[in-house]
Design a protein around this ligand. Structure first.
Ligand SMILES: [Zn+2]
Length: 413
């Protein structure tokens, strides 16, 4: 699509693929896409000029593990709310994510094609939304939100609350049907719960979920639709089974050991750590009324989160930016940059939220780097994030121009 021609001149471009800064770069944009990136002198008189004045220009950020419909930390209460209300509330979460510089997010379950369409049509302002629909969970698994004693699906029927409540599936046939339902409803990727979780009431955090045959069936159905599967898993046992079944990314992965990281490397699996949600819940969980059993599970994974990133990084596993925040804690999203700085270099952290995330999503031609053909999703920054990640931790101050698909979201230049 052709559209108005714009040119950003005097940019210090963050080349996310090489992890370097390129001085004196001109970026030409036509409509929603980038058409040229060059350090050569270029005739751009006919374009609307934006002078970056030597500032760093980087690709729009990608958060690869969010739940934009997690409008509250009370997931059971949320499951009972009408989808219309959840959708309206999630529009604020989407808007705030975009304002923090996240021009794309990968929703790790919950958002549906209606929300995706609302953003695409500009009804809601927000990041490009890649959706999973409902997560696939076994009975009593991480996305089975029923408290002990509740029989049947009843009010947890995955009809209210948008899609955070799991599509409960037991046995290969039901797993195939559940995955096909998400595909039918426009999923961009398939989320499977391959082990215990913190927020689920009845499962041990270090247990495994689904049989190997069920995991393989989920991956096979995802791949049949040209999609990929991502697995929620913490323990070496749960992670190893999911990786061997063929999932593309492990979400969280806090309890992995060296041998597990090596298996991930062998299979080309990505790790999406979500350190900020554990930091948030460690501070706030008790006040928010989380049960002692849930807080106990939380402590076990919180203590090991950073170590897991170090292990994965040491083995050469690609690490991607994720946050997994709930409710009001979404305000901590940009804090993830500093949390993972203890395990990765500043450039690697920037890559985790740009090119590496885009590769995980198989979208690197479109997002995560400033190259011809890609969407014009970019940030002009006050300060150099390759030297100091606190630049991105304070987006309200440091982002002086925010562009998404060639559209100026805000600018103080
Ligand atoms: Zn999550």
């Amino acid at each position: 699509m052709k559209g108005p021609r714009q040119a950003i001149v005097n940019a210090r471009l963050f080349d996310s693929a090489s992890g370097t800064l390129r001085p004196q770069t001109t970026i030409v944009i036509e409509g929603e896409r980038i058409t040229a990136v060059t350090q050569e002198p270029l005739q751009v008189d006919d374009a609307r000029l934006i002078d970056a004045a030597g500032r760093v220009v980087m690709p729009g950020l990608i958060d690869a593990h969010v739940h934009v419909v997690a409008t509250s930390h009370d997931l059971v209460g949320l499951a009972l709310q009408p989808a219309s209300l959840v959708g309206a509330q999630s529009s604020h979460i989407l808007r705030d994510m975009l304002q923090r510089g996240f021009t794309t997010v990968r929703d790790a379950a919950g958002a549906d094609f209606g929300l995706q369409e609302a953003v695409a049509r500009g009804l809601y302002e927000g990041p490009r939304l890649f959706i999973a629909g409902h997560p696939i969970s076994q009975t009593g698994g991480h996305a089975d939100m029923r408290p002990k004693g509740v029989q049947g699906q009843g009010m947890f029927c995955s009809c209210a609350g948008l899609g955070l409540v799991g599509a409960i599936a037991d046995g290969v046939g039901e797993v195939r049907r559940a995955v096909r339902e998400q595909v039918r409803n426009g999923a961009n990727h398939i989320k499977i719960m391959a082990g215990g979780g913190v927020s689920s009431p009845t499962d041990p955090i270090d247990g495994t979920q689904f049989s190997v045959e069920e995991l393989r069936a989920a991956v096979e159905e995802a791949e049949a639709a040209n999609l990929y599967a991502l697995a929620h898993a913490y323990s070496p046992r749960a992670v190893t089974r999911a990786v061997q079944a063929g999932v593309r990314s492990i979400e969280h992965g806090n309890l992995i050991d060296e041998a597990t990281a090596r298996v991930m490397k062998q299979h080309g699996t990505y790790l999406v750590p979500t350190l900020s949600t554990y930091a948030a819940l460690a501070e706030e969980g008790q006040r928010l009324g989380w049960s002692a059993a849930m807080l106990d599970k939380l402590q076990g994974v919180h203590d090991r989160g950073l170590h897991a990133v170090q292990l994965a990084h040491a083995e050469g596993v690609p690490v991607v930016f994720g946050t997994d925040l709930l409710g009001h804690m979404h305000a901590r999203q940009s804090g993830e940059f500093l949390l993972r700085a203890a395990a990765l270099s500043t450039v690697e952290v920037l890559q985790s939220a740009t090119i590496t995330a885009a590769r995980l999503m198989r979208q690197e031609a479109h997002i995560g780097q400033i190259v011809p053909g890609a969407f014009a999703d970019l940030l002009v920054l006050e300060g150099d994030p390759t030297e100091d990640l606190s630049v991105l931790a304070d987006p309200a101050r440091s982002i002086c121009l925010l562009m998404q698909g060639g559209r100026l979201v805000r600018s103080s230049l």
